[in-house]
Design a binder for this molecule. Structure first.
Ligand SMILES: NC(=O)C1=CN([C@@H]2O[C@H](COP(=O)(O)OP(=O)(O)OC[C@H]3O[C@@H](n4cnc5c(N)ncnc54)[C@H](OP(=O)(O)O)[C@@H]3O)[C@@H](O)[C@H]2O)[C@@H](O)CC1
Ligand SMILES: Nc1ncnc2c1ncn2[C@@H]1O[C@H](COP(=O)(O)OP(=O)(O)O)[C@@H](O)[C@H]1O
Length: 357
């Protein structure tokens, strides 16, 4: 177990050759945001650019892409195909009967601009060409259809005797879950790094525990990173948050081994584990305990992956510099007043501090 220190972070910072162009520093495909979480799409995209990625494409619903474009000229957007209308879409799907039983109030409360599962076809080339893919920040998985999706997965698991191959045979569920499910299947054999955050983790938890007991865990793509907060790890492992918090290193290691991935267990003294090596982060303070800072972290890790850092190094760089940006920001603004969007403006100072000390 190793505490991250300045010199180590400096040593693993990706180089910035003079003879370079934007693609030298990689392209991030950020699949993020939904109607109520447009900020997450913005924060995770800009933070990747702030740490040095050459190009960021945000793939999301048209409404999210429009909002982010209005906020910044720096992010390229890829508006994704939307399900025709919630009602029309739903009534053509295999869970018709269940959905017809929904009270109309539930129908009305459904998210608008659900991404169609066919949007994966739109993304197909980009998914292999991207230097790194980040998935999940603010990507709401659907609202009133959630339980129906879980039911669809349960039924399918009951009917088929399979473990990880079940990704090929499950009924595609509704809402953004349908899109996410198709996406997960599409990237199973990818070798470029993939970062799973927030709702992507909740979806993976749902699949892993679909029949009520722990299944063989979902196989994540080879170079994955997951960034759970304790509650998200609790869902992934089916272990109480209190137990996880009492033995953070132990459970980060367990998750890394079980899901064969790099784990970033967030919180004070974030733990980073690939199942063999463990790093503890000393930077950061209560200023980071504010909505949206996790989205900034995801973008930072993606940005370092884009520049060629290995998943474990990108995780260490992102976590350390994210905390350092929070420390510098708190000196200027107080631990009370730092916003997630402020953090974006303190990333440069954090990088400069590491470079110059
Ligand atoms: N501007 C935007 O667009 C923003 C968009 N965002 C996006 O929104 C989506 C959902 O994010 P979210 O914040 O609504 O739900 P989430 O973090 O899962 O919390 C749910 C519950 O879990 C718990 N819990 C949480 N943290 C914990 C911890 N450290 N340790 C222990 N427990 C913890 C806590 O439950 P409690 O323990 O209080 O019962 C909490 O109520 C996601 O996609 C994200 O990217 C956000 O980033 C905000 C800014
Ligand atoms: N008290 C704290 N000290 C240090 N870091 C913190 C503290 N509270 C939160 N953080 C960091 O802030 C981020 C919060 O991320 P997350 O829980 O995903 O929030 P959100 O989903 O709202 O963005 C994580 O990187 C976490 O490590």
């Amino acid at each position: 177990m190793q505490t991250l220190i300045h010199d180590y972070i400096k040593a693993i910072l990706p180089p910035r050759p003079n003879d370079s162009h934007k693609m030298t520093f990689g392209n991030v495909l950020n699949i993020a945001g939904s109607i109520n979480y447009r900020g997450a799409a913005y924060l995770s995209s800009i933070s990747a650019l702030r740490v040095g990625a050459g190009y960021v494409t945000l793939a999301s619903s048209p409404i999210v892409c429009d909002s982010v474009s209005a906020l910044t000229p720096n992010v390229v957007t890829l508006p994704l195909l939307i399900s025709p209308t919630e009602k029309d879409h739903i009534l053509t799907q295999p869970t018709d009967l269940l959905l017809k039983q929904l009270p109309s109030t539930n129908m009305q409360s459904m998210d608008v601009q659900t991404i169609d599962a066919k949007a994966v076809l739109q993304l197909r080339d980009k998914l292999t060409q991207a230097s790194v893919i980040s998935i999940g920040s603010g990507l709401s998985l659907g609202q009133s259809t959630d339980q129906l999706s879980v039911n669809a997965i349960h039924n399918s698991l009951d009917n088929k005797n399979h473990s990880n191959n079940h990704l090929n045979s499950l009924i595609v569920p509704e809402g953004n879950r349908g899109f996410f499910y198709a996406l997960l299947r599409e990237i199973q054999t990818n070798t470029n790094p993939v970062i799973f955050d927030a709702d992507a983790l909740n979806f993976i938890s749902g699949l892993s525990h679909a029949s009520g007991t722990m299944q063989t865990p979902i196989i994540l793509p080879k170079n994955s990173i997951i960034t759970p907060h304790p509650k998200e790890l609790s869902r992934l492992l089916n272990v109480d948050v209190s137990k996880i918090q009492a033995q953070r290193v132990y459970y980060a290691n367990i998750a890394a081994k079980q899901y064969k991935t790099v784990v970033v267990l967030k919180g004070q003294h974030t733990v980073i584990s690939d199942g063999e090596r463990v790093f503890i982060n000393p930077t950061g303070n209560s200023a980071l305990a504010k909505a949206g800072t996790g989205d900034v972290l995801t973008g930072m890790i993606a940005g370092f992956c884009a520049q060629g850092a290995s998943p474990i190094n990108a995780a260490c760089l992102g976590v350390y510099l994210h905390g350092l940006a929070g420390d510098i920001a708190a000196k200027d603004l107080s631990q009370y007043s730092v916003l997630a969007s402020d953090l974006l403006n303190y990333i440069p100072q954090a990088i400069l501090k590491v470079l110059t000390l």
